[in-house]
Design a protein around this ligand. Structure first.
Ligand code: NAD
Length: 275
Protein backbone atom coordinates (compact mmCIF):
# COMPACT_ATOMS: atom_id res chain seq x y z
CA UNK A 1 0.00 0.00 0.00
CA UNK A 2 1.16 3.52 -0.75
CA UNK A 3 1.11 6.12 2.01
CA UNK A 4 -1.79 8.59 1.65
CA UNK A 5 0.51 11.61 0.89
CA UNK A 6 2.14 9.69 -1.97
CA UNK A 7 -1.27 8.67 -3.35
CA UNK A 8 -2.42 12.29 -3.15
CA UNK A 9 0.73 13.54 -4.89
CA UNK A 10 0.20 11.08 -7.75
CA UNK A 11 -3.52 11.74 -8.05
CA UNK A 12 -2.94 15.49 -8.36
CA UNK A 13 0.06 15.38 -10.72
CA UNK A 14 -0.53 17.12 -14.04
CA UNK A 15 1.97 17.46 -16.90
CA UNK A 16 5.02 15.40 -17.74
CA UNK A 17 5.97 12.44 -15.52
CA UNK A 18 9.54 11.35 -16.11
CA UNK A 19 10.31 7.75 -15.16
CA UNK A 20 13.99 6.91 -14.73
CA UNK A 21 14.77 3.19 -14.53
CA UNK A 22 17.88 1.11 -13.88
CA UNK A 23 18.87 -2.55 -13.67
CA UNK A 24 16.72 -3.05 -10.53
CA UNK A 25 13.48 -2.93 -12.56
CA UNK A 26 14.63 -6.00 -14.52
CA UNK A 27 15.94 -7.91 -11.49
CA UNK A 28 12.54 -9.57 -11.02
CA UNK A 29 12.69 -10.72 -14.66
CA UNK A 30 15.84 -12.65 -13.72
CA UNK A 31 18.42 -10.26 -15.21
CA UNK A 32 21.25 -9.73 -12.71
CA UNK A 33 22.10 -6.15 -11.74
CA UNK A 34 25.74 -5.05 -11.88
CA UNK A 35 25.87 -4.79 -8.10
CA UNK A 36 24.62 -8.37 -7.65
CA UNK A 37 26.85 -11.33 -6.82
CA UNK A 38 26.95 -12.63 -10.41
CA UNK A 39 28.41 -9.40 -11.77
CA UNK A 40 31.95 -10.56 -12.51
CA UNK A 41 33.28 -12.28 -15.67
CA UNK A 42 36.20 -14.65 -16.00
CA UNK A 43 38.80 -14.28 -18.78
CA UNK A 44 41.57 -16.87 -18.55
CA UNK A 45 42.49 -17.02 -14.88
CA UNK A 46 41.33 -13.51 -14.10
CA UNK A 47 38.00 -12.17 -12.83
CA UNK A 48 36.83 -8.83 -14.20
CA UNK A 49 34.18 -6.52 -12.78
CA UNK A 50 31.59 -5.04 -15.17
CA UNK A 51 33.18 -1.59 -14.71
CA UNK A 52 36.36 -3.01 -16.27
CA UNK A 53 34.63 -5.04 -18.99
CA UNK A 54 32.19 -2.35 -20.14
CA UNK A 55 34.90 -0.03 -21.45
CA UNK A 56 36.35 0.92 -24.82
CA UNK A 57 39.73 0.17 -23.29
CA UNK A 58 38.77 -3.49 -22.64
CA UNK A 59 37.21 -3.76 -26.12
CA UNK A 60 40.47 -2.57 -27.71
CA UNK A 61 42.50 -5.06 -25.66
CA UNK A 62 40.24 -8.12 -25.91
CA UNK A 63 37.40 -7.58 -28.43
CA UNK A 64 36.47 -11.26 -28.69
CA UNK A 65 36.08 -11.64 -24.93
CA UNK A 66 34.01 -8.47 -24.68
CA UNK A 67 31.73 -9.63 -27.50
CA UNK A 68 31.38 -13.06 -25.83
CA UNK A 69 30.35 -11.31 -22.60
CA UNK A 70 27.75 -9.21 -24.45
CA UNK A 71 26.42 -12.20 -26.41
CA UNK A 72 26.02 -14.09 -23.13
CA UNK A 73 24.21 -11.11 -21.55
CA UNK A 74 22.09 -10.72 -24.69
CA UNK A 75 21.11 -14.36 -24.32
CA UNK A 76 20.06 -13.74 -20.67
CA UNK A 77 18.02 -10.69 -21.74
CA UNK A 78 16.32 -12.51 -24.62
CA UNK A 79 15.18 -15.38 -22.41
CA UNK A 80 13.79 -12.96 -19.79
CA UNK A 81 10.20 -11.67 -19.91
CA UNK A 82 8.90 -8.23 -18.95
CA UNK A 83 7.58 -8.21 -15.37
CA UNK A 84 4.68 -6.43 -13.66
CA UNK A 85 6.67 -3.18 -13.41
CA UNK A 86 7.50 -3.10 -17.14
CA UNK A 87 3.89 -3.89 -18.01
CA UNK A 88 2.60 -1.12 -15.73
CA UNK A 89 4.87 1.42 -17.47
CA UNK A 90 3.56 0.34 -20.87
CA UNK A 91 0.04 0.93 -19.55
CA UNK A 92 1.06 4.33 -18.16
CA UNK A 93 2.35 5.46 -21.57
CA UNK A 94 -0.73 4.18 -23.36
CA UNK A 95 -2.95 6.28 -21.10
CA UNK A 96 -0.76 9.36 -20.57
CA UNK A 97 0.68 9.78 -24.09
CA UNK A 98 2.92 12.85 -24.24
CA UNK A 99 2.71 13.33 -20.47
CA UNK A 100 4.80 10.16 -20.14
CA UNK A 101 8.54 9.80 -20.70
CA UNK A 102 10.81 6.90 -19.83
CA UNK A 103 14.57 7.31 -19.51
CA UNK A 104 16.14 3.90 -19.00
CA UNK A 105 19.70 2.84 -18.29
CA UNK A 106 18.79 -0.71 -19.20
CA UNK A 107 20.14 -2.29 -22.33
CA UNK A 108 17.84 -5.33 -22.11
CA UNK A 109 15.05 -3.97 -24.33
CA UNK A 110 12.35 -5.18 -21.89
CA UNK A 111 10.53 -1.83 -21.74
CA UNK A 112 10.02 -1.83 -25.49
CA UNK A 113 9.10 -5.51 -25.48
CA UNK A 114 6.48 -4.70 -22.81
CA UNK A 115 4.93 -2.11 -25.15
CA UNK A 116 6.62 1.25 -24.49
CA UNK A 117 7.33 3.11 -27.72
CA UNK A 118 10.80 4.15 -28.87
CA UNK A 119 9.54 7.76 -29.23
CA UNK A 120 8.99 8.00 -25.48
CA UNK A 121 11.68 5.56 -24.31
CA UNK A 122 15.19 6.97 -24.22
CA UNK A 123 17.64 4.05 -23.96
CA UNK A 124 20.47 6.21 -22.64
CA UNK A 125 22.95 3.33 -22.38
CA UNK A 126 21.98 1.63 -25.64
CA UNK A 127 20.42 -1.74 -26.41
CA UNK A 128 22.22 -5.09 -26.29
CA UNK A 129 20.38 -6.38 -29.38
CA UNK A 130 22.11 -3.78 -31.55
CA UNK A 131 25.63 -3.01 -32.70
CA UNK A 132 27.34 -0.13 -34.47
CA UNK A 133 30.54 0.45 -36.40
CA UNK A 134 33.63 0.80 -34.19
CA UNK A 135 34.70 3.57 -36.58
CA UNK A 136 31.27 5.19 -36.23
CA UNK A 137 30.63 5.12 -40.01
CA UNK A 138 26.96 4.09 -39.65
CA UNK A 139 24.22 6.66 -39.14
CA UNK A 140 22.22 4.37 -36.91
CA UNK A 141 22.85 1.14 -35.02
CA UNK A 142 21.91 -2.13 -36.71
CA UNK A 143 20.56 -5.35 -35.18
CA UNK A 144 23.04 -7.99 -34.08
CA UNK A 145 22.71 -10.42 -37.04
CA UNK A 146 20.04 -13.13 -36.73
CA UNK A 147 22.68 -15.70 -37.64
CA UNK A 148 24.33 -15.17 -34.24
CA UNK A 149 23.03 -17.70 -31.70
CA UNK A 150 20.51 -16.17 -29.32
CA UNK A 151 21.46 -18.86 -26.79
CA UNK A 152 25.03 -18.12 -25.71
CA UNK A 153 26.23 -19.97 -22.64
CA UNK A 154 28.60 -18.35 -20.16
CA UNK A 155 32.23 -18.92 -21.14
CA UNK A 156 31.54 -19.79 -24.82
CA UNK A 157 34.29 -18.15 -26.88
CA UNK A 158 33.72 -16.15 -30.05
CA UNK A 159 34.50 -18.09 -33.25
CA UNK A 160 35.74 -16.96 -36.68
CA UNK A 161 32.16 -17.16 -38.01
CA UNK A 162 30.82 -14.74 -35.39
CA UNK A 163 33.81 -12.43 -35.80
CA UNK A 164 32.88 -12.07 -39.48
CA UNK A 165 29.16 -11.66 -38.77
CA UNK A 166 29.89 -8.90 -36.27
CA UNK A 167 31.66 -6.67 -38.78
CA UNK A 168 30.19 -3.32 -39.79
CA UNK A 169 27.88 -4.08 -42.75
CA UNK A 170 28.97 -0.86 -44.45
CA UNK A 171 32.77 -0.57 -44.14
CA UNK A 172 33.82 -4.00 -42.83
CA UNK A 173 35.52 -2.62 -39.68
CA UNK A 174 34.85 -4.40 -36.40
CA UNK A 175 31.33 -3.92 -35.09
CA UNK A 176 30.85 -3.08 -31.42
CA UNK A 177 27.94 -3.53 -29.03
CA UNK A 178 25.52 -0.57 -29.16
CA UNK A 179 26.02 0.42 -25.54
CA UNK A 180 27.58 3.33 -23.73
CA UNK A 181 30.77 2.24 -22.01
CA UNK A 182 32.07 3.62 -18.73
CA UNK A 183 34.97 5.44 -20.45
CA UNK A 184 32.74 7.04 -23.12
CA UNK A 185 30.49 10.11 -23.17
CA UNK A 186 26.79 10.54 -23.74
CA UNK A 187 25.60 12.12 -26.98
CA UNK A 188 22.24 12.96 -28.54
CA UNK A 189 22.20 10.80 -31.68
CA UNK A 190 22.96 7.52 -29.93
CA UNK A 191 21.83 8.14 -26.36
CA UNK A 192 19.37 11.09 -26.29
CA UNK A 193 21.53 13.14 -23.91
CA UNK A 194 20.12 16.63 -24.56
CA UNK A 195 16.56 15.33 -24.86
CA UNK A 196 16.86 13.70 -21.42
CA UNK A 197 18.13 16.93 -19.85
CA UNK A 198 15.32 18.86 -21.53
CA UNK A 199 12.77 16.41 -20.12
CA UNK A 200 14.23 16.87 -16.61
CA UNK A 201 13.74 20.63 -17.01
CA UNK A 202 10.08 20.16 -17.97
CA UNK A 203 8.91 17.32 -15.74
CA UNK A 204 6.28 17.84 -13.04
CA UNK A 205 7.30 14.65 -11.25
CA UNK A 206 10.33 12.34 -11.47
CA UNK A 207 10.04 8.67 -10.45
CA UNK A 208 13.33 6.79 -10.08
CA UNK A 209 13.20 2.99 -10.05
CA UNK A 210 15.99 0.48 -9.33
CA UNK A 211 19.20 2.37 -9.88
CA UNK A 212 22.24 3.08 -7.74
CA UNK A 213 22.86 6.41 -9.50
CA UNK A 214 26.39 5.37 -10.38
CA UNK A 215 26.35 7.07 -13.80
CA UNK A 216 26.31 10.77 -14.59
CA UNK A 217 23.17 11.47 -16.68
CA UNK A 218 20.74 9.84 -14.23
CA UNK A 219 22.27 11.80 -11.34
CA UNK A 220 22.10 14.95 -13.47
CA UNK A 221 18.37 14.37 -13.99
CA UNK A 222 17.90 13.90 -10.24
CA UNK A 223 19.86 17.06 -9.47
CA UNK A 224 17.90 19.17 -11.99
CA UNK A 225 14.64 17.94 -10.46
CA UNK A 226 15.89 18.74 -6.96
CA UNK A 227 17.05 22.23 -7.98
CA UNK A 228 13.68 22.95 -9.58
CA UNK A 229 11.87 21.80 -6.45
CA UNK A 230 10.08 19.09 -8.42
CA UNK A 231 8.98 16.13 -6.29
CA UNK A 232 10.83 12.86 -6.77
CA UNK A 233 9.68 9.36 -5.80
CA UNK A 234 12.43 6.77 -5.37
CA UNK A 235 11.67 3.04 -5.55
CA UNK A 236 14.51 0.82 -4.34
CA UNK A 237 14.97 -1.84 -1.65
CA UNK A 238 17.88 0.25 -0.36
CA UNK A 239 18.57 3.96 0.10
CA UNK A 240 20.65 5.51 -2.69
CA UNK A 241 21.84 8.97 -3.80
CA UNK A 242 18.34 9.77 -5.14
CA UNK A 243 16.71 9.02 -1.79
CA UNK A 244 19.39 11.24 -0.25
CA UNK A 245 18.31 14.07 -2.61
CA UNK A 246 14.71 13.58 -1.50
CA UNK A 247 15.77 13.66 2.16
CA UNK A 248 17.59 16.95 1.58
CA UNK A 249 14.87 18.72 -0.44
CA UNK A 250 11.90 17.29 1.46
CA UNK A 251 10.13 17.00 -1.93
CA UNK A 252 8.76 13.56 -2.70
CA UNK A 253 9.47 10.29 -0.91
CA UNK A 254 11.74 7.26 -0.71
CA UNK A 255 9.63 4.12 -1.15
CA UNK A 256 11.61 1.11 0.11
CA UNK A 257 10.52 -1.98 -1.84
CA UNK A 258 10.78 -3.71 -5.17
CA UNK A 259 9.78 -2.45 -8.60
CA UNK A 260 7.39 -5.36 -9.24
CA UNK A 261 5.49 -4.57 -6.07
CA UNK A 262 5.49 -0.74 -6.15
CA UNK A 263 5.48 0.42 -9.81
CA UNK A 264 2.00 -1.02 -10.57
CA UNK A 265 0.66 0.76 -7.45
CA UNK A 266 2.25 4.05 -8.53
CA UNK A 267 0.84 3.76 -12.05
CA UNK A 268 -2.64 2.95 -10.72
CA UNK A 269 -2.54 5.98 -8.40
CA UNK A 270 -1.35 8.25 -11.24
CA UNK A 271 -4.06 7.04 -13.60
CA UNK A 272 -6.76 7.40 -10.95
CA UNK A 273 -6.22 11.17 -11.13
CA UNK A 274 -6.73 11.35 -14.91
CA UNK A 275 -8.97 13.90 -16.44
P1 NAD B 1 23.03 -1.26 -10.59
O1 NAD B 1 23.31 -2.70 -10.85
O2 NAD B 1 24.17 -0.36 -10.28
O3 NAD B 1 22.01 -1.11 -9.38
C1 NAD B 1 20.79 -1.78 -9.31
C2 NAD B 1 19.89 -1.11 -8.29
O4 NAD B 1 18.65 -1.78 -8.30
C3 NAD B 1 20.40 -1.13 -6.86
O5 NAD B 1 20.23 0.15 -6.29
C4 NAD B 1 19.48 -2.15 -6.17
O6 NAD B 1 19.26 -1.83 -4.79
C5 NAD B 1 18.21 -1.98 -6.97
N1 NAD B 1 17.34 -3.16 -7.00
C6 NAD B 1 17.68 -4.47 -6.93
N2 NAD B 1 16.57 -5.23 -7.03
C7 NAD B 1 15.52 -4.40 -7.19
C8 NAD B 1 14.13 -4.58 -7.37
N3 NAD B 1 13.58 -5.80 -7.40
N4 NAD B 1 13.33 -3.49 -7.51
C9 NAD B 1 13.87 -2.23 -7.49
N5 NAD B 1 15.19 -1.99 -7.31
C10 NAD B 1 16.00 -3.07 -7.18
O7 NAD B 1 22.23 -0.75 -11.84
P2 NAD B 1 22.16 0.67 -12.53
O8 NAD B 1 22.07 1.74 -11.50
O9 NAD B 1 21.10 0.56 -13.57
O10 NAD B 1 23.57 0.92 -13.25
C11 NAD B 1 24.37 -0.06 -13.77
C12 NAD B 1 24.68 0.00 -15.25
O11 NAD B 1 24.56 -1.33 -15.68
C13 NAD B 1 23.74 0.75 -16.15
O12 NAD B 1 24.55 1.50 -16.98
C14 NAD B 1 23.02 -0.29 -17.00
O13 NAD B 1 23.08 0.07 -18.37
C15 NAD B 1 23.81 -1.55 -16.85
N6 NAD B 1 23.04 -2.79 -16.60
C16 NAD B 1 21.89 -3.01 -17.29
C17 NAD B 1 21.17 -4.17 -17.05
C18 NAD B 1 19.91 -4.40 -17.83
O14 NAD B 1 19.77 -3.91 -18.94
N7 NAD B 1 18.92 -5.13 -17.25
C19 NAD B 1 21.61 -5.10 -16.11
C20 NAD B 1 22.80 -4.85 -15.42
C21 NAD B 1 23.51 -3.67 -15.68
Amino acid sequence: MLDPPVRELLRHTRGLVLWLTGAGISAESGIPTFRGKEGYWRVGSQNYQPEEMATMRAFREMPDEIWAWYLYRRSVCRSAQPNAAHRALARAEQRAGDDFLLVTQNVDGLHVRAGNTLDRTYQIHGNIDFMRCSRECLEAPVSVPDAIDVRWEKGRPLGERERELLRCPSCGAAGRPHVLWFDESYDEPNFRFQSSIEAARLASLVIVVGTTGGTSLPMHIGTIAAQRGVPMLVVNPEPNPFSELVRRTGKGAFLPGTAGELVPLLVNALLSGEG
